[in-house]
Design a protein around this ligand. Structure first.
Ligand SMILES: Cc1cc2nc3c(=O)[nH]c(=O)nc-3n(C[C@H](O)[C@H](O)[C@H](O)COP(=O)(O)OP(=O)(O)OC[C@H]3O[C@@H](n4cnc5c(N)ncnc54)[C@H](O)[C@@H]3O)c2cc1C
Length: 500
């Protein structure tokens, strides 16, 4: 049975798209020094799932003669959910959690929304049909999608419609019997340089009068008029794979996406001029919960990877046996334990949504609010435990080839780890720096702080979904009991109870 592999993914990239980098137009990303390794890291994920020993548990039978990654499978039970988590964990371990928008993120987003397809039925049968067909197409072809669901930052004190130019934010500028035309920007498409298609929606609230912006659709990234404005490539600026092992391989990129009069056929339009539907597609379906469930799985893998780096740092610099250092490592391990526990908890306390079984909403939001705040603290703690060792490194691997310098390094860059020499110390600390200190690492801190919205947004979700009634029940019972105790004590006064 057919399973997508890495070659199939690279073949999808073998067509012209419009990526702009350093003043030039790049059309073939898979061969370009700024993007080639990132593309290959994505392809490696498909190769992993296509290995004979992995096919059964990494993919599922779609019933169409093809198998697809498990993230496209809509879980009907707790066991299905856990099986999906096992597959997503295995993918995340291939990149240490450093590819935030690996293909399973969007598979979960779309699968989650399709679990609530009746919400789209209420919006209009033709939109629900279009979305259902699109899900089948994307699932059966194991399409690598990314999304842009946030509007350009611009001036946050103004509504989108009040900004200086009408063409700032992606909006509908025309429609005819074939489809709609859209013009304007969406803020950021991570992985847009190497995904096959882009999903466009509005996660942030829109206001009445902004109906032109209220649209959701999906298009191939090589469609006419889609401009992918890349940020600086960390991959291209990586010195060697040895010096920058993460930047070199896993720079998934982020790009501003400008829709320059892009024609979208009706069969690719899922929400049309409906402000409330833009909210409902994420929040009245399991879509938002399920996409962030994948994100929490990836995050947990990444934090374990970082924790292993932290412990290794303390072994390398010889502080591991110090009680104060062990206490700090214990604190970090407990923080990761909380994140991991929330993941298992949201599964164990999962809820039914129609035929499906989905993670418990309020625990998912508790996890997102907690983990986004934890990441920068964690990175600071790693740097604190490392000291200047992260910086006291040769400029590049080339220095090690000079016998005279190599002798100095052997004498000075000593490792406290049993059996390790200067080479091992340098190799490891270069990885550690690329994980927490390099420009690539710094972007990752920004990513974990914002990929799911600013803190006031994620805390707002937690406030909205928390089981306040359950907490208040305990408080109310206590207060009732207090009344009884007060009356039993024969106390009297001028309050309402006392006057009775
Ligand atoms: C590395 C990276 C990758 C990303 N990838 C994607 C992607 O693939 N797809 C996608 O759609 N988006 C992506 N994003 C965008 C991300 O979703 C947004 O950054 C996020 O939603 C926050 O929006 P913003 O950046 O406009 O910040 P803003 O909303 O402008 O917030 C910035 C800060 O301003 C303050 N602030 C603003 N408004 C308020 C308020 N009302 N109350 C209180 N404080 C306020 C807060 O301090 C807040 O932290 C990515 C972002 C990053 C950094």
């Amino acid at each position: 049975m057919r399973v997508k592999d890495g070659a199939a993914h690279l073949a999808q990239l073998d067509r012209d798209r419009a990526v702009y980098l350093d003043g030039t137009l790049v059309t073939r990303v898979a061969d370009h020094p700024a993007f080639a390794n990132g593309c290959r890291s994505a392809a490696a994920l498909y190769d992993f799932q296509a290995r004979p020993e992995n096919v059964e548990w990494m993919t599922f039978d779609t019933g169409t003669g093809r198998r697809a990654n498990r993230a496209w499978q809509m879980p009907r039970s707790y066991d299905d959910l856990v099986a999906n988590r096992v597959a997503m964990t295995a993918w995340a371990e291939q990149h240490g959690g450093f590819m935030g928008r690996s293909p399973d993120h969007l598979s979960c987003c779309i699968s989650g929304q399709i679990m609530g397809i009746e919400v789209f039925e209420r919006h209009g049968a033709r939109f629900a049909d279009a979305y259902r067909d699109y899900y089948r197409y994307a699932r059966d072809n194991d399409v690598f999608l990314t999304y842009v669901i946030i509007n350009p930052q611009a001036d946050r004190s103004k509504a989108w419609g009040e900004q200086a130019s009408e063409d700032l934010t992606c909006r509908i500028v025309d429609e005819d019997g074939d489809g709609i035309t859209v013009r304007g920007a969406k803020m950021l498409g991570t992985s847009a340089i190497m995904a096959e298609e882009i999903f466009v929606a509005n996660l942030q609230p829109l206001q009445e009068g902004e109906e032109d912006l209220a649209v959701c659709f999906a298009m191939p990234l090589d469609a006419g008029g889609i401009k992918i404005l890349s940020r600086k490539s960390y991959e291209q600026n990586a010195v060697t794979p040895w010096d920058n092992p993460l930047s070199y391989r896993f720079d998934e990129n982020d790009a501003l996406i400008y829709f320059d009069d892009v024609k979208v056929p009706w069969e690719r339009v899922f929400v049309f001029r409906d402000i409330d539907m833009c909210r409902a597609q994420f929040h009245d379906t399991p879509g938002h919960v399920y996409q962030n469930y994948q994100a929490q799985i990836r995050y947990t893998v990444k934090m374990k990877f970082l924790l292993a780096i932290t412990r290794r740092i303390t072994e390398t610099v010889g502080t591991i046996k110090m009680p104060a250092v062990r206490e700090r490592l214990g604190q970090m391990a407990s923080q990761i334990g909380v994140a991991e526990g929330l993941l298992y908890g949201m599964e164990a306390a999962g809820t039914r949504y129609g035929d499906y079984f989905v993670p418990k909403k309020n625990l998912l939001y508790a996890a997102t609010a907690y983990t986004q705040g934890l990441y920068p603290q964690f990175v600071t703690e790693i740097r604190e435990l490392a000291g200047g060792g992260l910086i006291m490194l040769p400029s590049s691997a080339a220095d090690l080839a000079d016998p005279e310098l190599a002798g100095v390094f052997d004498t000075v860059l000593v490792s406290a780890r049993e059996g390790e020499d200067a080479y091992d110390r340098i190799k490891f600390l270069k990885l550690a720096w690329d994980a927490v200190g390099s420009e690539f690492a710094s972007r990752h801190t920004q990513y974990e702080m914002f990929y799911n919205g600013a803190q006031f947004v994620t805390r707002g979700h937690t406030f909205r979904t928390y089981d306040w009634a359950g907490a208040e029940r305990i408080l109310n019972a206590f207060l009732e009991g207090n009344d009884t105790a007060w009356a039993a004590g024969g106390a009297r006064g001028t309050s309402r109870k006392g006057a009775e």
